[in-house]
Ligand binder design. Structure first.
Ligand code: ACO
Length: 191
């Protein structure tokens, strides 16, 4: 995704980590113009992701990121657009308190790290960028994909998880989250 401003100036790393402070690095923190452009990028990505998933409203925006304690990884390609760089996609995660059912129907209360939104620009999908972003997050959070929960995963995300992490056996839930069998290993049931 290209923007009418310099992406490399806002995001200095190939993968940037953003939280509620909405600061890509110390440099952008002191530049209100760059902060405004950063918010434009997040809003645009959120809209594109919602459109790709046929959602009526975006689940990701700059203001939502500021108010909800979620975290976002943004992947850029710094080489293109005449050296200004372009945004490839993003992955948003956060902890949620969930009431889940294990495969015996026993209630389990947990607050796992959840995948809340995930998007790679249409023309760049199926080129391994999603895997690069996801693997970065797994290392950064030191978490296994099978120990995470997935909020309303799209068919593309389910296919992605099966292909790259062999996650196939999901355990039916009564909410919109999907978890896999690994999730329940060594987890206590609610008494
Ligand atoms: N149809 C089916 N499977 C797909 C597709 C597609 N169009 N695109 C990616 N995948 C899956 C497949 O398993 C694919 O492997 P294959 O090409 O051998 O079939 C694998 O992902 C490719 O892996 P990557 O190239 O690393 O993934 P990509 O860069 O495409 O990122 C993502 C995956 C984020 C799901 C991307 O396809 C995307 O943005 N899709 C649209 C938005 C979306 O559905 N996001 C998930 C929302 S749900 C949530 O966030 C909780």
């Amino acid at each position: 995704m290209e923007f009418p401003f310099d992406i490399n100036q806002i995001f200095t790393e190939r993968i940037s980590f953003l939280d509620q402070n909405l600061v890509a690095d110390r440099w952008t923190a002191r530049r209100p113009d760059l902060q405004a452009n950063l918010a434009t990028v997040i809003d645009e990505l959120g809209r594109a992701s919602a459109k790709a998933q046929q959602l009526t409203a975006a689940v990701t925006s700059a203001s939502k990121l500021q108010s909800q304690r979620h975290q976002l990884y943004l992947l850029k390609d710094g080489e293109c657009s005449g050296g200004r760089g372009a945004v490839v996609g993003f992955l948003k995660v956060g902890h949620k308190k969930l009431f889940l059912l294990d495969r015996h129907g026993v209630h389990v209360e947990a607050e796992p790290l959840c995948v809340l939104d995930f998007y790679i620009a249409e023309n760049l999908q199926r080129h391994g960028y999603g895997l690069e972003l996801f693997d970065f997050m797994l290392q950064h959070k030191n978490v296994e994909p099978g120990r995470m929960a997935y909020d309303r995963p799209s068919p593309k995300l389910l296919s992605f998880l099966e292909k790259h992490y062999s996650l196939t056996q999901n355990v039916p839930q009564v909410n919109n989250f999907v978890v896999f069998e690994d999730f329940f290993f060594n987890r206590a049931a609610v008494q």
